[in-house]
Design a protein around this ligand. Structure first.
Ligand SMILES: Nc1ncnc2c1ncn2[C@@H]1O[C@H](COP(=O)(O)OP(=O)(O)OP(=O)(O)O)[C@@H](O)[C@H]1O
Ligand SMILES: [Mg+2]
Length: 266
């Protein structure tokens, strides 16, 4: 397994946001995580990526290493990249600069120049720029390399957030609602890009997504959370018919209207 959690739990005061979650994600897998609003999906990502501290007793093992409550930078350097539900790209910076920042998170340039000498560092920087330009073309943003992110469309910014996570050369890519706010055409484009990136870079992917079409078409296995607990796990076809899953979504508002529509239609 590339990622394993056991009994992972997070309470905020009296609220148990993530409740004893066991997950086992195989290398090369594309895993979907769904669940109604407030069911603990983002909190689960925050625990795995070290943003929140887990309650005692929980454990996260990545690539054979215990990373429970490790520093977020260390977790990132070990190969876990994630995007945030609310985009965290730098609006004043160009697309290329955003990717370079993602990549620089990985390298300590001060140390590098001390060891390698400035000329070799410059050569290395040229190489990295070229690599990041290739990544920009791969995600379809080459023409926007110099454009400030703030001037881009939401679809382009979502792609850029994806690119920035990839710039860290991760083994595991965790996407928190990567398609939120996109038109159906852009949702399809984003999905295609995720799958293309996965095969090109040999990634393992975990996607939190409200748009059920996305998880149903993309993931081999889906994990369903409700009130912090795992209520179901399995292939899309079985999840669609699971009565606990259907019940969890009934009576929910807003974002989940689309989910109810989907469950009814199938
Ligand atoms: N920092 C925090 N402090 C207090 N409560 C929090 C905090 N972060 C999350 N929660 C609570 O934990 C629960 C789970 O939240 P979380 O954001 O993980 O849900 P989610 O499944 O990602 O929801 P959504 O689909 O709306 O993104 C919610 O009740 C939320 O209010
Ligand atoms: Mg969330």
């Amino acid at each position: 397994m590339l990622l394993e959690t056991s009994s992972l739990t997070k309470s905020f005061g009296g609220l148990v946001a993530v409740d004893r979650i066991d997950l086992a994600i195989r290398k090369g897998e594309v895993r979907g995580i769904i669940g109604p609003n407030g069911s603990g999906k983002s909190t689960l990502f925050n625990l795995i990526s070290g943003v929140y501290r887990a309650d005692p007793g929980g454990k996260v093992v990545f690539d054979g290493r215990d990373i429970t409550n490790a520093d977020p930078h260390r977790i990132a350097r070990l190969g876990v990249a994630r995007t945030f539900q609310l985009l965290r790209i730098f609006g004043g910076m160009s697309a290329l600069e955003n990717l370079l920042i993602g990549h620089h998170g990985l390298i300590r340039y001060g140390t590098a120049s001390a060891i390698l000498g400035t000329r070799r560092v410059r050569a290395e920087e040229r190489r990295v720029r070229q690599e990041m330009m290739e990544l920009l073309s791969f995600i379809g943003l080459a023409d926007f390399a110099e454009m400030p992110a703030a001037e881009m469309s939401i679809g382009q910014r979502r792609l850029l957030a994806l690119g920035r996570a990839i710039a860290m050369r991760p083994k595991l890519l965790m996407l928190d609602e990567p398609a939120a706010g996109l038109s159906p055409v852009n949702v399809d484009k984003l999905l295609e890009t995720v799958l293309a990136l996965k095969s090109r870079y040999g990634l393992t992917v975990v996607i939190i997504e409200h748009i059920l079409k996305v998880v149903m078409e993309t993931c081999e296995t889906i994990t369903v959370l409700d009130h912090g607990e795992k209520i179901a796990e399995g292939p899309p076809a079985a999840i669609k018919e699971d009565h606990r899953v259907i019940e969890a979504y009934l009576g929910k508002e807003m974002d989940d209207a689309e989910v109810r529509e989907f469950l009814r239609a199938s």
